[in-house]
Design a protein around this ligand. Structure first.
Ligand code: HEM
Ligand SMILES: *[C@@H]1O[C@H](CO)[C@@H](O)[C@H](O)[C@H]1NC(C)=O
Ligand SMILES: *[C@@H]1O[C@H](CO)[C@@H](O)[C@H](O)[C@H]1NC(C)=O
Ligand SMILES: *[C@@H]1O[C@H](CO)[C@@H](O)[C@H](O)[C@H]1NC(C)=O
Ligand SMILES: *[C@@H]1O[C@H](CO)[C@@H](O)[C@H](O)[C@H]1NC(C)=O
Length: 381
């Protein structure tokens, strides 16, 4: 479990502006499916049912071959989602709904339903459009206009937009201001491979020191932090970003291994990170990977070199004031809410229905009451 203890100081384009509505926002929709605002058609969001098949199986199946993205297709900072889109488990153009994200990560990786729902809710709320139920897995798309009335800024951002979800100290993307923070980077991946070479496990097929193990992520993530702490004068490593970035390291250990033997070697690692394709004859894990697994794995990775959340202010490392909500989980949830737009509290009608569905899905794994801990960030940030 992730807990705060003295030893483990974790405290441990064009918008789809309605031609008929050139003067700007109209009144908020009054409810009822099919309502329109700002020329956008409302789409009701519902949390899909739990999947019936969570067994070990070969991915992709015959109907999901790799197709390289075309010039207009969106890809972004998440190797997991990029791979799904390349295989048509998500729409190939990289624009997905809440339900498509959940069903995609469940089918492709056996990500557990509530974890998938929380991540997908953050994606739509923070970087998509909750009125039309769409988000770009990459940058801004004309298919995902900003919310009616632009109540959360002039664009919907997409998952590649920095802040709220995309953040610093990634494994294979630079920090914003330090280089390309959206796409796969060879120089970082080469560093990752040196950590596999130094700390990795042996394999009879791919060779010695070619298996990605817990010590590899423990040492590589710490290296990435120290490296950005030294080089990025604007490093932001708040509690939510810190934990989510360690969760993403935990994803590597929990969702990328071949499900038959739980081994992730450098061939598999390269297939997902570099080529963004499922490895040949790869099997998804044989049981749903849930929030507990991920937080436990993240705690193990962080536990080797515990860090405190903080920020570089003009290059000077400054620990954040503790949030002290009672647990790391509730701290992370609060910190996520500190970045989601406060204007989401003021919506009415159809949009409110969707926003509340998403806030509840996001809060669920953290065990927080979504009616009590509300979005309080600056719109458009
Ligand atoms: C709906 C579910 C998901 C959403 C919305 C999502 C979104 C994201 C976003 C926005 C990032 C960028 C964060 C950063 O700046 O580092 C990211 C990173 C990452 N995601 Fe996902 N993700 C999802 C599911 C998955 C799954 C199922 C996997 C693995 C199979 C995965 C693997 C990763 C990894 C390894 C990274 C870190 C990349 C790096 O640090 O270079 N994600 N994800
Ligand atoms: C791999 O490591 C094992 C045990 O450490 C050793 O016996 C073997 O020779 C090594 N194989 C190669 C190809 O280096
Ligand atoms: C990635 O794709 C390239 C080009 O198709 C191929 O040569 C390489 O073996 C692939 N690497 C992995 C790790 O799948
Ligand atoms: C996964 O394991 C199975 C069974 O051992 C093996 O046949 C398959 O080649 C492995 N796949 C990968 C990508 O390593
Ligand atoms: C995750 O799965 C494990 C093993 O089945 C279980 O003990 C745990 O309670 C689950 N956690 C969640 C949040 O579902």
């Amino acid at each position: 479990m992730l807990t705060i203890t003295p030893a483990f100081i974790l405290a441990a384009s064009a918008f789809l502006r309605a031609a008929a509505n050139p003067v700007g926002p109209t009144s908020t929709s009054k409810g009822g499916s099919g309502s329109s605002t700002d020329g956008q058609k409302f789409v009701l969001i519902t949390v899909p049912p739990f999947p019936t098949d969570t067994s070990l199986k070969v991915i992709p199946d015959a109907s999901h071959p790799f197709v390289a993205p075309g010039p207009g297709d969106k890809r972004g900072p998440c190797p997991g989602l990029n791979t799904l889109a390349n295989h048509g488990y998500l729409p190939h153009n990289g624009i997905a709904s809440f339900e498509q994200l959940i069903e995609g990560v469940e089918e492709g990786y056996n990500m557990e339903h509530d974890l998938a729902s929380a991540l997908s809710a953050l994606a739509i709320l923070g970087r998509g459009n909750a009125f039309i139920n769409q988000v770009s897995i990459g940058g801004v798309s004309e298919l995902v206009p900003p919310l009616p009335g632009k109540i959360d800024g002039k664009t919907a951002g997409g998952l590649a937009k920095h802040g709220r979800f995309e953040g610093d100290v990634s494994q294979t993307r630079h920090d914003i201001g330090e280089g390309d923070y959206q796409n796969f980077q060879d120089d970082l991946y080469d560093q990752f491979l040196t950590y596999v070479g130094r700390f990795g496990g042996d394999s009879p097929t791919t060779g010695n020191a070619s298996v990605v193990t817990l010590p590899v992520l423990q040492e590589y993530k710490y290296h990435r932090f120290l490296s950005e702490q030294a080089s990025d004068p604007n490093l932001e490593f708040s509690i939510a970003r810190m934990i989510i970035s360690y969760d993403e390291a935990a994803f590597v250990l929990n969702f990328f291994p071949n499900g038959t033997d739980n081994v992730i070697d450098t061939t598999i690692l390269g297939s997902f990170f570099r080529n963004q394709t499922f490895p040949y004859n790869w099997h998804r894990r044989g049981d749903p990977g849930n929030f507990t697994f991920i937080q436990d794995a993240a705690a193990e990775i962080l536990g080797a070199h515990p860090l405190v959340p903080g920020t570089n202010k003009n290059g000077v490392w400054t620990p954040d004031a503790p949030l002290n909500t009672g647990s790391t989980f509730t701290d992370v949830h609060l910190n996520i809410m500190q970045n989601l737009a406060s204007s989401l509290n003021d919506v009415t009608g159809d949009l409110k229905t969707n926003v509340e569905t998403l806030l509840a899905a996001l809060a669920k794994p953290f065990g927080v009451d979504p009616l009590k801990v509300r979005p309080q960030g600056t719109p458009g940030q």
